[in-house]
Ligand binder design. Structure first.
Ligand code: ZN
Length: 328
């Protein structure tokens, strides 16, 4: 399946109801003015001037409610309905049907399994993405999507989003960080401190060899950590999900704060981010967890994040919609 739009467009709905309301007026000047305004307002039409965010969901993987890339992307798309100036396209099965879809994208996000199967390193996709990055297109990777093999796509990943997971260097324990000190930034607007259990990878290979737990100016980008937490000694002791560890270099950094969501502004004009959570699908039900990611997606596409952040709510039913068929 290609481009997915399973939810009715909130903007189209709003536009239609305003139109019908205006049409209920007696035939007079006011009614004509309303009709005219609606016809000529590109903002309400959700049209060509919108920034375009493309979310690419990976193929099914893992047991139910884990790595639910498609359901996660559709949920995020639904929460972004009605954000003025933004159109969100979701593509599943790990890539778009036609690279032309990417040609006019303002931002691209990959939420998929990575490593050797990372969608961005298949076929000629590093070249396709590289050309877009040079134009200043935004790029973000979520969860396993932050990992590419050291010998394929690693250089690009760091150049585009400022960091990457490296097998046997980074680690992937399941733990519950407390995100207490949120920096002042567009993507933290309206987000309250929170804590939540996830497979929060940490100890990324960050640009310039930085630890990544404080803002940094690099020659090709500025780097800002957003979600920072301190793994307990127990977390560093392991076991990690895979391989179980522990690794000596993870143990020797006991007490250090680690970054699990970071954003970058590249000198080519593009923005980027890496987000290491997203293992457990039901975490999207947490308002602050969801909001910081929604804000980040909007910011990535260079759309204004409102002062209170992107407000949304999701029901249990919405959380359980669109799950991959994985059997028991
Ligand atoms: Zn995972």
């Amino acid at each position: 399946m290609g481009n997915l739009r399973l939810f009715p467009s909130g903007i189209a709905r709003l536009r239609s109801s305003v139109y019908h309301w205006a049409m209920s007026f007696p035939r007079n000047a006011l009614r004509s003015v309303f009709a005219l305004l609606l016809l000529v307002s590109p903002g309400l039409a959700g049209g060509a001037e919108d920034q375009k965010l493309v979310l690419i969901a990976g193929k099914p993987s893992h047991p139910p409610l884990m790595h639910e890339f498609r359901a996660g992307c559709l949920l995020l798309q639904n929460c972004l309905e009605g954000v003025e100036g933004l159109t969100v396209d979701v593509h599943d099965q790990g890539w778009v049907d036609d690279d032309k879809v990417l040609a006019d994208a303002d931002a691209i996000v990959i939420f998929a399994d990575g490593g050797g199967r990372h969608p961005a390193i298949q076929e000629n996709r590093l070249e396709v993405l590289g050309a877009l990055m040079e134009k200043g297109v935004g790029f973000g990777c979520m969860h396993y999507g932050v990992e590419v093999p050291p010998d394929k796509g690693a250089k690009e990943m760091v150049a585009w989003i400022g960091g990457r997971y490296e097998h046997m260097y980074s680690c992937n324990p399941i733990w519950e960080p407390q995100f207490q000190d949120l920096p002042k930034h567009a993507v933290t607007q309206g987000v309250s401190p929170f804590q939540i259990k996830d497979e929060w990878y940490f100890n990324m290979r960050f640009i310039g060899g930085i630890v990544g737990n404080e803002p940094s100016k690099q020659p090709s980008m500025s780097f800002t950590p957003i979600l920072m937490g301190k793994p307990s000694d127990d977390v560093r002791d392991g076991p990690y999900v895979y391989p179980k560890g522990p690794y000596e270099h993870i143990l020797s950094s006991k007490g250090r704060t680690e970054s699990m969501l970071w954003v970058v502004e590249r000198s080519d004009g593009g923005r980027g981010f890496g987000f290491t959570g997203g293992h457990f699908h039901m975490n999207w039900g947490n308002d602050d967890f969801r909001k910081v990611v929604l804000n980040t997606l909007v910011w990535l596409a260079k759309v204004n994040v409102p002062g209170k952040g992107i407000e949304s709510s999701v029901t249990e039913e919405q959380l359980k919609a669109n799950l991959d068929k994985k059997g028991k």
